[in-house]
Ligand binder design. Sequence first.
Ligand SMILES: Nc1ncnc2c1ncn2[C@@H]1O[C@H](COP(=O)(O)OP(=O)(O)OP(=O)(O)O)[C@@H](O)[C@H]1O
Length: 320
Amino acid sequence: MTDAVETRSLRRTFPARAGRGGGEIVALGGVDLSIPSGSVRGLLGPNGAGKTTLCKILSTVLLPSSGTASVLGHDVRHETLAVKRSIGVVFGGDRGLYGRLTPRQNLQLWGALYDLHGRALSRRVDELLERVGLSGRARDRVDGFSRGMKQRLHLARGLISDPRVLILDEPTSGMDPVAVRDFRGLIGELTAEGRTLLLTTHDMAEAEAVCDEVTLIDNGVLLATDTPARLAARLSTLERVEADGVADDVLAGLSALSGVSKAHRETGGRVVVHTTTPAATSEVLALLVSAGVTALRTVRPSLEEVYLHVIGDRGMLVSP
Ligand SMILES: Nc1ncnc2c1ncn2[C@@H]1O[C@H](COP(=O)(O)OP(=O)(O)OP(=O)(O)O)[C@@H](O)[C@H]1O
């Protein structure tokens, strides 16, 4: 598979503000990123990690200080127009929407900027309003819209030029659960059409649900890229076993096993055993089974736990 987005040693700095001792702020410190065509990549990191800077460079709003970035093989510095034609950007909030206009007018205006006119534009606008579930509100003013409805309009706006690559910045913030479910369906449709998606989010459940791979970024440096499941598997130290119907003496036996960091009973009676190695997990399971316990399961760390672990304590990241 070819890469839809590729960056090599991508660096972006900003001059530090006066009073901060001069110098520079390193927003991106030499980033190598490859996103395969047709995949959904999550970009996760705390505030100030460099996510927006990266998205801005890919959408040609900002120039790199050094290094390269390309979209569908087009260099962001030298082939700006081709990159602009390849990419759609969906930023959240009120930015870029005209409150006094209807969603139809907003999309018509935006489409005109992409050289769409007449019937082709009308057809495209209708199709997109339908796609994001706003057809019924096509004639209402946008300033009366809820945040979630504005998010959906943003998405339609990002799709107006039929881009092959889509950058989505916190796309579901403000959406209600039904809209989020529909949005996830839409993500599936967009990738089935062969589009590549890069989405930044603070919602780990969302990243886990929709992303093929997730890249963790902090301080302008990429810390890890992998599937949510494999990222979680790297942290076998956070694996745990949950079991019901465990007698006290069996619980004591579990606590005494080497490789068990913690074994306790929760309020409802369920026993939770934290292990530090896959071998210890096997031993815990064997002991439980030999004690006649059948209601048990192993639980892998969630993406949220992985995130907190990696961002909170980078030294704990285990190489594959
Ligand atoms: N125009 C600018 N001038 C000076 N510093 C900037 C500018 N834009 C970004 N930065 C700095 O670069 C770093 C990365 O910022 P960036 O906005 O890319 O982070 P982010 O990961 O998108 O954060 P958030 O989740 O808060 O949106 C931060 O230290 C930020 O203060």
